[in-house]
Design a protein around this ligand. Structure first.
Ligand code: PMP
Length: 459
């Protein structure tokens, strides 16, 4: 029997109990039921995470792109403990409040771009985007334009797994789970900058944001939502000028612009927020993940006080929207400390600086392997695509699961990365923002080794 690091229980017993009682998120049921969980984690510190058998891995994707300040920070544990002892829970319903939520809302207002100075709190990314969808519809309804309710998202965009966010998501597999999604969500082809600026001659114009708005009528569209850099859908960085073109289009058509900063917020892309890379200010900005570096659950939707004031003017009753854990005291305390760490340790700058090194490393992979292409990184959010024949952009057979296979070979070498396999195969790299130059070198070396072994198998 393999000895586990857990007290009084073997690894085999843990696996069996997992199989028996745990329905995992985004995990093939057959695989879990046949093999049990692939990894059972036990502890983590910095960039390194250890499983119950004592194997230590470099976490090259910050878990789910969220552990921005790294694992095992004593400061965060201490503020959580203190908060739980002082005020373990307080509701913000019915015009109640508490100090940490007030301080966090103020802090976010200071670091957010433009006039985004008001926050609504949630427990995560999906809840933040759901809230944004309801706020924009509510806003137009208050203004006497209830028919302005459709939301346009981008193909390959990912916005979460609740009903509205599943409907907004533009990665098809997330919708295949069910037969019907929520009405009122449309999808445009991303990054057609010229179309968004007004060029109708492009063959895909009708599927651009502008083309869809023209077809549907702007009086039926509440908002556009997009990630500043698409994450799950491939780590797709928009071309220069795209976000500004969307901002201008939204202004011209009287449509609200929502950015989903769930991955890109809090330093991931080398700026505090993804939109800061292009100096674009959305009307609503959704955050989660890096706001607490994953230590506790928290998300937020930010909007301007002007928009809040307009809604105040037009409504007498409450906004009938709120989660039990909106503004949870412990989550807010941890978020405040987490943002302080990002600032005092210069982690946003580190992300920017090391992002260049990561990009160089990915370029090296592109130059030194036959199957690699499209090296890309913005801050510490990067990826490399895998092609059977990159010159003709011919992908591998789906059954080969190329990205998953390469990630598996990395894991054998004690590095955790993430396969992206929705349409195009790629490997994502997004280490905690505390990474060092040495860490980036190690990640690239291991990934290079893994790609080499995969090439030997398949070419
Ligand atoms: N938006 C984006 C861009 C995301 O990457 C995610 C999570 N991967 C979500 C929304 C959903 O967040 P959550 O899983 O916290 O609900």
């Amino acid at each position: 029997m393999t000895k586990s690091l857990a007290a009084n229980i073997s690894v085999e017993e843990l696996r069996e109990l997992d199989k028996k009682h745990y329905l995992h998120p985004i995990t093939p049921l057959k695989q879990q039921q046949a093999e049990g969980p692939e990894l059972i984690f036990k502890s983590a510190k910095g960039l390194r995470i250890t499983d119950v058998q004592g194997n230590e891995f470099i976490d090259g994707v910050s878990a789910l792109w969220n552990v921005n300040v790294g694992y095992g920070r004593q400061e965060l544990a201490e503020v959580a403990r203190e908060q739980m002892m002082n005020l373990s829970y307080a509701s913000s319903f019915f015009n109640q409040s508490h100090e940490n939520v007030i301080r966090l809302a103020e802090k976010l207002a200071k670091i957010a771009p433009g006039k985004l100075d008001v926050s609504f709190f949630t427990s995560g990314g999906s809840e933040s985007n759901e809230t944004a969808f309801k706020i924009v519809r509510h806003y137009w309804k208050l203004k006497g334009k209830a028919e302005k309710s459709k939301i346009i998202a981008l193909e390959n965009g990912y916005h979460g797994v609740a009903m509205g966010t599943t409907s907004a998501t533009g990665v098809p597999v997330f919708k295949d789970m069910i037969t019907e999604v929520a009405p009122g969500f449309l999808h445009a082809i991303p990054y057609l900058t010229e179309c968004e600026k007004g060029d109708k001659s492009h063959p895909d114009y009708e599927r651009s944001l502008r083309g869809i708005i023209e077809r549907e009528g702007s009086e039926t569209i509440a908002a556009v939502i997009m990630e500043p850099v698409q994450g799950v859908g491939g780590v797709n960085i928009p071309p220069e000028g795209y976000l500004q073109a969307v901002r201008d289009l939204c202004d011209e058509q009287n449509i609200l612009m929502i950015t989903d900063e769930i991955i890109t917020g809090f330093g991931r892309t080398g700026k505090m927020f993804g939109v800061d890379n292009w100096n674009v200010v959305p009307d609503l900005m959704c955050v989660a993940k890096g706001i607490t570096s994953g230590y506790v659950q928290l998300g937020a939707v930010m909007l301007s006080s002007e928009m809040r004031d307009e809604m105040t003017e037009l409504s007498d009753g409450p906004m009938f929207h709120g989660f039990t854990y909106s503004g949870h005291p412990t989550a807010c305390a941890v978020a405040l400390k987490n943002i302080e760490i990002l600032e005092t340790e210069g982690l946003v700058e580190n992300s920017r600086k090391l992002g260049e090194k990561l990009f160089q490393g990915l370029k090296y992979l592109e130059e030194n392997h036959q199957i690699t292409a499209d090296a890309r990184a913005l801050g510490l959010l990067g990826a490399i695509s895998l092609f059977k024949d990159r010159d003709n952009r011919e992908g591998f057979d789906f059954d080969l699961h190329a990205a998953t296979a390469v990630v598996e070979l990395c894991r054998e070498r004690n590095l955790i990365l993430r396969p992206l396999a929705f349409g195009m195969e790629a490997v994502a790299i997004a280490p905690p923002l505390i990474a060092t130059e040495q860490d980036i070198d190690t990640i690239i070396e291991i990934l290079s080794d893994a790609i080499k072994e995969f090439e030997q198998k398949v070419l």
